[in-house]
Design a protein around this ligand. Sequence first.
Ligand SMILES: Cc1ncc(COP(=O)(O)O)c(C=O)c1O
Length: 476
Amino acid sequence: MKSIIDDMTILSSSESDRKALRLAVGEMLDAILSSFSDDKAYSGIDPDLLRSAITELPVLPETGSGWEDMMDSVRKDILPHMLRTWSTSYMPHLHSPVLVETIAAELMIAAFNSSMDSWDQGPAATEIEVRVVNELLSIFGYPEEADGTFTSGGSQSNISAMIIHRDRFLQNMGYDPKKNGLPEDFHKLRLYVSEISHFSFDKGAHILGLGYDSVVKLPVDEFCRIDTEKAERIIMADKADGLLPFMIAATVGTTDFGSIDDLRALRDIADRHGLFLHADAAYGSGAMLSSYSDRVSSLPLADSITVDFHKMFLIPISASALLVRDGSELDAFQLHADYLNREEDEEDGYINLVGKSMQTTRRFDALKVYMAFRMRGRSGYRKIIDRMIGNAAYFYSRISSNEEFIAPVKPELSSVVFALRGGDERNRKARRALMKEGIIIGQTVYMDQVMLKFTLLNPLLDEKRIDELIGRISAL
Ligand SMILES: Cc1ncc(COP(=O)(O)O)c(C=O)c1O
């Protein structure tokens, strides 16, 4: 059957296009809502079966099959097997359900398709991003000269931090890396991270041409935090060997354990040895808005901070920011193009954000943060994030007093790593068996042992549901 949407090309202000958009969005919304049949995280289908069904689907036929047929396929082939992040049976990753108002924000982002590179591609979008960044700088206790930029995620924020600190470090040595590339002894540059830091630092080292060997992994203590005494000894030994340490990247919320490195001690070490200090708070930054903010209150000590909104802040992918204490470091990304960000326009007050970012065309993700922050306020977020951290404390207290389980590290945020006693195979099998029931939990390794993981970002989880899940795992 033909729909009026088939006659539509682009969204415009014409009456017929408005009608078509209302219909398209309405039908999609109905399709989404009718796919919410139960609280399972996913249908439980085997990957082989799903793959073979999807392999059969036509993608680009010579003649398009039209809106109705395409939507039938979305309803039948895709929606039933979508992962439902809001399910209280889903807790493997730092992958969150999303706040309702941010889904409405996504619609606005797509409808206007603003781009953040130049003011003339997003006047209100540019001004709102600047406003939101300024608010973030104040939340994270940064001074007047600080600045920041939205990015596609924690990985890009971390890699951007590596670029700006490497550049400033080399500039301080009288070298111009923007013009000349890497100096002759570039292979001596060293970046220090926790041995359980996120892999984006290794990826960044490769992309920057420094190589994996430039990333020194610092040992952690029994709480999964960088052992700062050993860290300083390693940095001193590297300096004595003629290497060039330029940056420490602390993790404020490690991916598996949510452990928080000691920023105060690392700040002192960085100052003593002339290094930049970056805080990868992709995960832990959310705690700043909770009643547990004292756990992350030393974040302002870092020279730069990665903040991911698509983790604890419950904002749809993608939304992240890099905040920089000395905003001029973002000049690493500044270039002028005649077609895009003319200096004369900037002198006249047109802000072109392209000069602060590794991206050119960039989404208006700041809108989602603006809408959620404005609507919920500090108290709304406090309630949500307190629930996540409280749930983790509850789960930990239950399993650490249960003989069937081992839980080696007390949670500081909302993740708990644990295992069933009885060996690796038993834990692997338990996770797979739960998956068949539509319950998805995490799996990782701690001290060479296979462990299970609950990442509790869902504010719908409560003590009753947590007890049920413990019961299911015990029963397996
Ligand atoms: C501590 C930490 N840093 C960085 C990242 C990367 O973030 P993204 O996936 O948004 O690139 C993650 C992802 O889980 C993380 O846990």
